[in-house]
Structure formats: structure tokens, C-alpha cells
Design a protein around this ligand. Structure first.
Ligand code: SF4
Length: 694
């Protein structure tokens, strides 16, 4: 509930929605926020904001907030409010019981990209040092894990190459698998400004997204490919660049690995990769692909921006590598106006990955098998660390169903709603003996929990978020935690209850530890963040003021490595039973599964998820605008109302996933990226039929 009035003071903090990371002044009256004003000095937003950051913060004091710890022995029992001490002792004793009974690896935890760097760092430390295993994963698993993998393989660092200002120096922009107008609105405004100044735009997306027809900034090319064919399209673009001699030869000779380049050039030069050969796969006329490739390769600075429409596929990592290949092939890396730019979904996806939330990596993307890294953390934390990767989230579910994984600590992530094939997730959670959920609301996952630990919203946090441009910004406490403890304090207390001591008086001391142990963060501290406003990592002796543009003179890995990116069709095939392809996305006013935005006035803009389908597909099925339709997939079925639009092509349907009753993830399947297990949310074969109102 927004309570307007004259402010008495203000606190500058960072938006907790998307990866743009806008800076806001929270104007306060007593302990109440009266409005959020976008900060003019905010480097990511420069005084701009969208309807989420500006208006959708009232959830922080919504009556649904849970502010007392609760336990129950069985998930069929009613919840009982208990003291913090009782809840934490119960969780710790259950975790220890499970390890005694089933082995050290029978428990694990999930960190959140909604939480601060400091909170995330502590959760992975708790799991590695107090649980004694590497069974830690993050919700980035289900969004940008292919970015981490693909960019590390090709460029050497699991992060985007530019800052947002870079787009103002771009001549040609490719937006692939992203819808910035809805997903990253403040960045979209900057991009449109550059397009109005004359930069050219190529959109590669199955839907006719807003950018395609944006007034005064229309796309030169829209390549409406079939869902699931990104790699075929990217290889076709590369084929044109190679076969028409549009390569940046001196850049490649100087900066890239010769042998890898040679193999890649021979691979994409094959006729099977040509736009003509790929036309039957992508559905896009070869002439359009050729024209787009020429535009990107020849018109000056070329930048690629991409989102979950690239990563959330069975070839998500391959597509990320194919994007990096294109940028290297055209010399579009290592200066302003170019680069490979993942648009991160959540506020701290970049940070949660940086902080060592993956089961195979310690903070700073260093593999757990690396002896020197492990020794460093072992001596700092006073424990022995496992040298083998632990379980990823989907492996945890499988192990739970096999009976070998029994306990989970899940902070700030609603896996029962946001992970694919929710029936499978529910079965796995039901098979566990102790599920501890830490969240601000009694979310869907809490239905399967035995311990509920109340979390704190971004307005109650002190810490830092890292946005999509690697920018570390302060999050400042605007009001005290409603439950009496900040999230970092809860993790510290849980560690203590498990017999492992963590000694911090303030989140700044956690950041000091991160900086000591992580070379790319050596120059980061709260004092330096106060002085500079924000810092983009790497920030260390080599780059004391941070790094706006990466890979300036050489790639982080030394020589840039072209990777072979063979197109393999997804297993998710259409047939006569499931003849349409469903893909998913977001809408401007709502955010992810809607836990926050649904509890704000933003529902006035958008209060239900709908299924978009092409008028010809609707006519075939006797469906009219607003009709209720049943959507059936191999995984499940759900019901939505229909919107008829030519934004989607015939054969493709589309929905958002902000409202739990829409059950979008009931119908998504278990297919996932071959390298990272990122779920293939973006391609589900479905049938759509008219039904009566449910
Ligand atoms: Fe928040 Fe993203 Fe909107 Fe900025 S663009 S106000 S970070 S949701």
C-alpha cells in the first residue's frame, strides 16, 4: 500500500527487481517509505525508472508478510510459531540427523539471486563449511547458467563485456531472445534513444516484440525464427560472415586462438550451416539472414544483447558460445559500443554467480578441484573442503526421488512455482524429510517445508547487488527487518546452531572477506563504494576504479577461443497431438512468479496471464478473443484466456508466468541445456483447445 505524504529523510538504495540495477532514493516518513524517486546520479538509470521499481515496493509491508519463525514436524501438521532459537535449533538438529542417518551429502541448499552478495556468499559458505559438501546451487541455474558457461569457454569470464552506457556508442545492435521493453525497461529506453540517433537494429525473436515496430526506432530486420532454433540462426549468420569474407582478420590473428578459429571457420563454412540450408529449420528467408549478417559485420560497432530466449534452451550454452563467436569473428569485443551483453533477469543474478553459488565453483568462478583456491578458502574458513562438484538443483530433485537427498535449505527462491515441471518438483520436495524455507511470504515451496524462517525484503537489507554490467551497488537499510533479524544474521545463527562459527558484526565485514579471497573483488569495500558510488568488477590493483569494458587488450583467458556450435534439434518436437510450440516471457508491470508485484497496485496494469495465439490457429480451433482455452503438453495441462494477435507467428503460442493460478510451469518439461541443466522453458510442444470457464 503506497502511503503518500511529505518525506522527512531519504536513503539511497538499489532496485530489487531486474538486472538493470536502478538506483533510487527511498523517501521516508518515520519508518515508512512514502515514495521511491529514481536517482539522477544512478549510473545504470540516470534518473529513469520503470513501473516496477518506482511503484511496486508496497509488498515489503504487505499483510501477507510472515514475521515469526514457524516449524511443523509433518507437512500435514499446522504451522506453529516459535522463537528464532527454537526454529534454528530444530533445523540444525534435523540437518545433522539426516547427515548421520543418510550421509554427509544427503543435504544441500539453494541461494537466491534476489538476495545480496553478502547473504549469498554466506549461504554457500554455510553449505561448504558447515554442511561439509558442495551441494549448493542458485536460481541462476534456471536462467543464466549457460551465460556463465558459454562466456567462460570462449572469452574467459562468466560475465557480460560492457556497461550500459556502451550502447550509446553502438552502430548496429542485435537483440536476440530478449524483450527489453518489458524485461529491462530502463535499458530499453537508452537503446531506443541510440536507435533514434541512427543506430540500426536487428531483432531475432519468434515474437514481434515491441522493439520491432518502436516509433522512430524500427528494426531494420526482424528474423522471426521458430522457437528452439537459435543455434541454427547464429550459425547461418556466421556462415555469411565467413563465406562473404566479412571477417575481422587482423583482430582474429592478434587476439584469438588460431587453431580454434580455423576449426570454427571450416565448420560454419559448410553448406549445412548456410542460411539457405537453415531456412527449413528456422523458418526465416535466407535473404533476410544474409542481409542481417552483412549489416552486423560491416556497419561499424556491433553489439549483441540477449536474454533468457537464448539461455533457456537445450542448446542454451551452445547459443551463448555462438554469440561470442560472432562477436570475435567481427572484432566486436574490447572497446565501447560493441560486445556480448547478457540482460540478466533478476537483480543479483550476476552477483549470486560471482559469489560461488554453483556446486562446482568457489567465489570468483574458481573450480572446486583447484588445489590453490581450495587451500585459500580452507585456511580462511578453518575447514576441509570437498574437491568434487556437488549436486545441481535438478540433481537434488532426482536424488530426493531416489531417496539419497533428504534435506534442503532454500533461501529466497520459490522452486515449487518457478522451476519447470512443477509436479516433479513437488514430488521431490515431498520426498525430503527436512525442508527449510527462508522467504518473506509463505510461498508455494513452503507448502512442503518443515521450518519457515521469515526473510527480509530489500528495504530491510544492508549489502550490495551486482547488476548485468558487473556493477556492484550498495543496498541500504531503509527500515529495520520486520522479523527482527536480517537474512545474513539468520544464516550466521544457523551456522552457529550447526556448530560452525561465523563472526561478523556488519555486512561490510562479509564484503571484506569476499574481497580478500576473490581477486576480481580485491579493490571492493563499503568505503570505496561510498567514495565511488559503485564499482564494476574486476576491481583490484590492475583496475582500482573497476572495469567498464572487459577484454580491452586481450581476453581474460588470453586468446579468445572460437567454439564449435553444431545445431541439434530439441527433443521437444511437435506432432499431431501437440502441434503448437509454446514460448514464455514477461510483461512490464509484473515480475517473474509475481510474489512481489502481485501484492502491489501493479496488478491494475496486468492481473492475469493470457495465451497469445495467431488468429489463424485460433480460427482452426474455433477460439475467439477472451475465450478460455486448455493448454496440454507432455508434462501437464493448464487453462488460460486467449488473446488473438499477429505478434506471434502461426504455430507458436506465448504466455507470461506471473500468476500461480496460470500454472505456466505445470506444462513446461524437464528438457534442459546439455552443459548446465538450465531448463528449456522456451520450447514446449502443446495443443490448445477451447474450454468452458474453469
Ligand atoms: Fe527496477 Fe529494472 Fe525497472 Fe530499473 S528497469 S526500476 S532495476 S525493474
Amino acid at each position: 500500500v503506497i502511503q503518500w505524504g511529505q518525506p522527512e529523510r531519504s536513503v539511497t538504495t538499489t532496485c530489487a527487481y531486474c538486472g538493470v540495477g536502478c538506483s533510487f532514493r527511498a523517501e521516508m516518513k518515520g519508518n515508512k517509505v512514502v515514495r521511491m524517486v529514481p536517482a539522477k546520479e544512478g549510473p545504470a538509470n540516470r534518473g529513469h525508472a520503470c513501473v516496477k521499481g518506482r511503484f511496486a515496493w508496497g509488498y515489503a509491508t504487505h499483510p501477507d508478510r510472515i514475521t515469526k519463525p514457524m516449524i511443523r514436524k509433518k507437512i500435514t501438521d499446522p504451522w506453529q510459531e516459535v522463537s528464532w532459537e527454537e526454529a534454528l535449533q530444530y533445523a540444525a538438529s534435523e540437518f545433522r540427523r539426516l547427515q548421520t542417518q543418510y550421509g554427509r551429502d544427503a543435504i544441500g541448499g539453494i541461494t537466491s539471486s534476489r538476495c545480496t552478495n553478502e547473504e549469498t556468499y554466506l549461504v554457500q559458505k554455510l553449505i561448504r563449511a558447515a554442511f561439509g559438501n558442495n551441494n549448493v546451487d542458485t536460481c541462476a541455474r534456471v536462467c543464466h547458467s549457460p551465460t556463465g558457461y558459454g562466456l567462460k569457454q570462449t572469452l574467459g569470464e562468466s560475465a557480460g563485456t560492457q556497461n550500459f552506457d556502451s550502447v550509446m556508442h553502438t552502430d548496429v545492435v542485435i537483440v536476440i531472445g530478449a524483450n527489453p521493453t518489458d524485461g529491462h525497461p530502463v535499458f530499453a529506453s537508452r537503446l531506443k534513444r541510440r536507435l533514434r540517433q541512427g543506430a540500426k537494429l536487428i531483432v531475432i525473436d519468434p515474437r514481434r516484440i515491441d522493439l520491432v515496430d518502436s516509433p522512430h526506432a524500427r528494426a531494420v530486420h526482424h528474423l522471426p525464427l521458430r522457437p528452439g532454433t537459435n543455434v541454427a540462426m547464429l550459425n547461418a549468420l556466421a556462415h555469411v560472415i565467413v563465406s562473404e569474407n566479412l571477417l575481422a582478420e587482423s583482430f582474429i590473428a592478434e587476439r584469438c586462438d588460431d587453431a580454434a578459429f580455423g576449426k570454427w571457420r571450416d565448420f560454419v563454412a559448410q553448406v549445412e550451416c548456410s542460411p539457405e540450408a537453415m531456412e527449413a529449420v528456422t523458418g526465416v528467408p535466407a535473404a533476410d539472414v544474409r542481409a542481417a549478417a552483412r549489416l552486423y559485420a560491416t556497419q561499424g560497432n556491433g553489439a549483441i544483447y540477449y536474454g533468457l530466449g537464448v539461455t533457456e534452451h537445450s542448446q542454451g550454452s551452445t547459443a551463448v558460445m555462438a554469440i561470442a563467436n560472432l562477436a570475435m569473428a567481427t572484432g566486436n569485443i574490447g572497446r565501447e559500443g560493441v560486445g556480448v551483453n547478457p540482460l540478466r533477469g533478476q537483480n543479483n543474478v550476476q552477483g549470486s554467480c560471482d559469489m560461488g553459488s554453483f556446486p562446482h565453483e568457489l567465489p570468483g568462478y574458481r573450480h572446486v578441484s583447484d588445489d590453490a583456491t581450495r587451500n585459500l578458502f580452507e585456511s580462511a574458513w578453518g575447514v576441509s573442503l570437498q574437491n568434487e562438484p556437488g549436486l545441481r538443483i535438478p540433481n537434488m530433485f532426482e536424488a530426493a526421488l531416489d531417496g539419497s537427498f533428504k534435506g534442503l535449505y532454500c533461501q529466497g527462491e520459490d522452486i515449487a512455482q518457478s522451476d519447470p515441471n512443477t509436479q516433479h518438483v513437488a514430488a521431490a520436495l515431498s520426498a525430503m524429510e527436512c525442508v527449510v524455507v527462508q522467504d518473506i511470504f509463505l510461498n508455494e515451496t513452503a507448502q512442503y517445508a518443515h521450518v519457515f524462517l521469515p526473510g527480509s525484503s530489500f528495504l530491510e537489507k544492508d549489502g550490495t547487488f551486482t547488476n548485468a554490467e558487473r556493477r556492484i551497488s550498495r543496498v541500504r537499510k531503509v527500515m529495520p527487518p520486520l522479523a527482527g533479524k536480517a537474512d545474513w544474521e539468520v544464516t550466521v545463527a544457523l551456522a552457529e546452531a550447526l556448530g560452525y562459527r561465523m563472526d561478523y558484526r556488519h555486512p561490510s565485514e562479509i564484503m571484506d572477506e569476499i574481497a580478500r579471497l576473490t581477486p576480481t573483488f580485491h579493490g571492493v569495500s563499503y568505503a570505496r563504494l561510498e567514495e565511488k558510488g559503485s564499482l564494476q568488477w574486476p576491481c583490484n590493483d590492475d583496475a582500482p576504479d573497476g572495469t567498464p569494458t572487459m577484454h580491452l587488450n586481450q581476453f581474460v583467458r588470453g586468446k579468445g577461443r572460437f567454439m564449435l556450435t553444431r545445431y541439434v534439434a530439441t527433443d521437444e518436437k511437435v506432432n499431431s497431438r501437440f502441434p503448437l510450440l509454446l514460448t514464455t516471457g514477461r510483461i512490464l508491470s509484473q515480475y517473474n512468479v509475481g510474489a512481489q508485484t502481485r501484492r502491489t497496485a501493479n496488478v491494475a496494469w496486468h492481473d492475469e496471464d493470457r495465451l497469445e495465439l495467431h488468429p489463424s490457429d485460433a480460427e482452426d480451433r474455433g477460439i475467439a478473443e477472451g475465450d478460455w482455452v486448455g493448454i496440454h503438453s507432455r508434462a501437464g495441462e493448464t487453462v488460460l484466456r486467449a488473446t488473438l494477435t499477429e505478434r506471434v507467428q502461426p504455430g507458436v503460442v506465448y504466455t507470461t508466468f506471473h500468476f500461480p493460478e496460470s500454472g505456466a510451469n505445470v506444462i513446461t518439461t524437464d528438457n534442459s541445456d546439455w552443459a548446465t541443466n538450465c531448463p528449456e522453458y522456451k520450447v514446449t510442444a502443446v495443443q490448445v483447445v477451447k474450454v468452458t470457464q474453469p
